[in-house]
Design a protein around this ligand. Sequence first.
Ligand code: EPU
Length: 337
Amino acid sequence: MITKPDFNLKEFNTLGINARAKYCTQIENEEDLEILFNEGKIDEKTLVIGEASNILFNSDFDGLVLIITTRGINIYSETQKEIILDIKSGENWNNLVDYTVKNKYWGIENLSMIPGKVGAAPIQNIGAYGTELKDVFVSLEAFDTQTGKIEKFTKEECEFDYRDSIFKSKYKGRYIILSIKLKLSKTPKPNISYKALKDYFRENDEKTLSIENIQQAVNEVRSSKLPDPKEIKNSGSFFKNPIIDNTKAKELKRKYPDIPLYKVGNDSTKVAAGWLIEKAGWKGKRFGDAGVHKKQALVLVNYGNASGEEILQLSQKIATDILNKFGIKLEREVWVI
Ligand code: EPU
């Protein structure tokens, strides 16, 4: 285990922000955490990152950053119909998806190409194209930075919600996720309910689709809108899709008949924030190296040397404008450090 001082994080966050950490340690196995804890180096201020695909560094980090690189995809149990995989946090999420597609374990193919590591997935209950992590999630193990003990969390205990979990609220920063268990199906479970997938497979019968067909469709739809962080630095959706009450939603629909709205339970409606931002005229705008993506207005991009502050300021201008124009408050999806 090597600790480096004054560590440049530019290559270690998908927004490519040139921030520095006071110290940085790469964690290759769980014992490393125990050692650091016993030396008094880990507490709630320690920042844990996988690929930092959902973090905006607004300044240098005056503390210890841990980069988790633990590896392993193991079969925990299986029946004829289902399999439970036990996956270490440092595995790349998309490699896991590829593994499940290759083995025809159904459940996360719609989450193909999401940047980041496995350990980050439960924190915001990653989701895309009609599937969320919680749909296949069983449990996780996490290191408690207060006690130094490893604890297990069941699905219920994680309190998953839309882009949310207990690790973003009550326990923010407290636990370091070590591994997760997912239950996948060995029998086909195609989910093409998301409009973009339905449109893609227009003439196909859902029952005839293979897991590879679905992954391919997700990859194509995704690539047509979302920038690849290897090419253009970004952190995916910068804001959450806001949830508003049905009365407000009806009012918006009357004014803007093409506004994309999705029902959430009986009383609430989710609005496509990307649509609001595009309608307000921000799509494709660029200020220095900070910009709004040309094909997906919900994604802010760094064309090279934008600072965290520049990206944050742009996001604040957008949020103020959306509040003024639509009376809707945008909430950030990314975590600002
Ligand atoms: N839209 C526009 N203009 C835009 C962007 C979107 O009009 O610039 C419209 C689209 O035409 C569509 C609707 O808004 O009718 C929804 O767009 P899209 O399908 O692209 O999805 P999204 O709601 O913008 C969410 C997730 C994405 C996820 C996609 C697909 C959030 C915050 N974002 O985006 O997740 O990939 O759905 O399921 O929920 C992420 O979390 O980082 C992320 C990329």
